[in-house]
Design a protein. Structure first.
Length: 74
């Protein structure tokens, strides 16, 4: 993902964090970490929304931010 693409797509990806389907929310979290890697300015906007996913009612969507975060650390 290029920096320009990350900049252009981040509003839609952040919106998908509240999708009614848990699978879409999980994929949005993973995509957001890819956006962070290429366009770090987005982190200040999307990080609060991402931390909300830690209390998601769906277990898979709740653990995805933690898993994606561990992947970016290593």
């Amino acid at each position: 993902m290029t920096s320009d693409l990350a900049r252009d797509l981040h509003p839609e990806i952040v919106t998908m964090l509240n999708h009614s389907r848990p699978a879409i929310r999980k994929r949005a979290v993973v995509a957001l970490y890819k956006v962070f890697a290429n366009h770090p300015d987005v982190a200040s906007i999307a990080l609060p929304r991402l931390t909300e996913k830690l209390s998601d009612p769906d277990q898979g969507a709740r653990y995805t931010p933690v898993s994606a975060n561990q992947l970016t650390i290593y």
